[in-house]
Design a protein around this ligand. Structure first.
Ligand SMILES: NC(=O)c1ccc[n+]([C@@H]2O[C@H](COP(=O)([O-])OP(=O)(O)OC[C@H]3O[C@@H](n4cnc5c(N)ncnc54)[C@H](O)[C@@H]3O)[C@@H](O)[C@H]2O)c1
Ligand SMILES: [Zn+2]
Length: 346
């Protein structure tokens, strides 16, 4: 990490951002590596979780960096999951109109998703990820052995995005996930390394073809149109989702099931596609059904408010086969209601 951070900047000063959980495990080796590369490091440990992705937290980081004398040639290192790398990247994108940064990703979601693509940002109290910038890191490091300490539910959240990548783009990866599910859940580093590398390739490929989200990048939203609505709805109710506390991964798993249902109902995908997806999500401990159907009208209203809805038309990414999807904007409210109802069917 020290070598990459040193190479990214032009001055000996660096700001290291991590959170309390990641810091407990990996701050010491990170500091050792950065110091060994000759960097003087200003360290900030933020609270764990989404609550740290704020302009206020970014402001504190600017203050500390200014006090420590970081200049245009300095480098920011984000050591943690997606929250830390989004925040660290955003601070790097804006401090002195943009300085270099390195992402050192320690969560599965971070390694396969958040650290790839150059989107950085913080939340607005009214809207997640509202304030941000595109700012590519000089390097992204993902050591899968750090996943050994990741809480189970966080591993699952990352796996939801992994399944998504396989369904939208890579049938061979889907086969591997089915074959190696036990090794993945046991966090076998060899298997994880292969899975993470393939996922980075898929996301990087899609993003490179479409960096600013006009066309192809939308396929990454598979499961997320319904997923975001379910996530917001469950959060508003302070409740649970699919048998446990609300997580993004749980919402996306259910979103993929609902969206696959739409595909099957309109004849875009056959039942076998939906069943294979269901089977894999279940093996990874992700929910595929709900005890009661969600409030369809509320879900529809949230979907329409989602910033990704364009010109009033909701877009959906629907699977055609494992590894192939289409992008449609003619899904009717009736189809959406039916898909939401299907989540609570036996
Ligand atoms: N920039 C993008 O393109 C992009 C894409 C997807 C998601 N995101 C963002 O990513 C964030 C979610 O990322 P996340 O799921 O990694 O959340 P996170 O960063 O909050 O990490 C999840 C939890 O795991 C802990 N953790 C992380 N690595 C650990 C490790 N190795 N050992 C022990 N504990 C560890 C963290 O402290 C935290 O409590 C959201 O804010 C989301 O908006 C960004
Ligand atoms: Zn997601």
């Amino acid at each position: 990490m020290g070598t990459e951070a040193k190479a990214a900047g032009r001055s000996p000063k660096a700001a290291l951002v991590t959170d309390e959980n990641v810091g407990r495990h990996y701050l010491d080796p990170a500091m050792e590596s950065l110091r060994a590369a000759g960097l003087q490091v200003e360290t900030t440990i933020v609270g764990a979780g989404e609550a740290s992705k704020t302009l206020g937290q970014a402001g504190e980081l600017y203050d500390r960096m200014l006090k420590a004398g970081l200049d245009r040639g300095s480098v920011v290192v984000g050591l943690g999951g997606g929250v830390v790398t989004d925040l660290a990247g955003f601070v790097a994108a804006t401090y002195m109109r943009g300085i270099a940064w390195v992402a050192v990703s320690t969560s599965l979601l971070g390694q396969v998703d958040a650290s790839v693509g150059g989107k950085t940002g913080v939340d607005h109290p009214e809207c997640k990820n509202l304030i941000g910038a595109f700012h590519q890191p000089s390097a992204v490091l993902a050591d899968v052995t750090t996943l050994a300490t990741l809480p189970e539910e966080e591993l699952r959240t990352g796996l939801a995005e992994v399944v998504k990548h396989a369904v939208i783009r890579d049938a061979a990866l889907f086969d591997t996930l089915e074959e190696e599910a036990d090794a993945i859940l046991a966090r076998d580093p060899k298997v994880l390394e292969n899975v993470v590398a393939r996922n980075v390739e898929i996301k990087a490929d899609v993003v490179m073809a479409d960096e600013r989200e006009g066309g192809l990048r939308r396929i990454l939203n598979y499961g997320h149109t319904v997923g975001h609505a379910l996530e917001s709805l469950a959060m508003e109710a302070g409740g649970r989702l699919g048998g446990a506390a609300v997580t993004h991964g749980r919402a996306v798993a259910l979103g993929m099931m609902a969206e696959a249902h739409i595909a099957q109902a309109r004849g875009t995908a056959d039942a076998a596609v939906v069943e294979r997806q269901r089977g894999l999500l279940e093996r990874f401990g992700l929910p595929v059904r709900l005890d009661a159907a969600p409030d369809a009208e509320r879900c529809l209203a949230i979907m329409r408010h989602d910033k990704k809805a364009q010109a009033g038309r909701l877009r959906f990414i629907l699977p055609e086969a494992i590894g192939a999807v289409c992008d449609v904007d003619d899904v009717t409210d009736a189809e959406i209601r039916d898909a939401l109802r299907s989540l609570a069917a036996d």
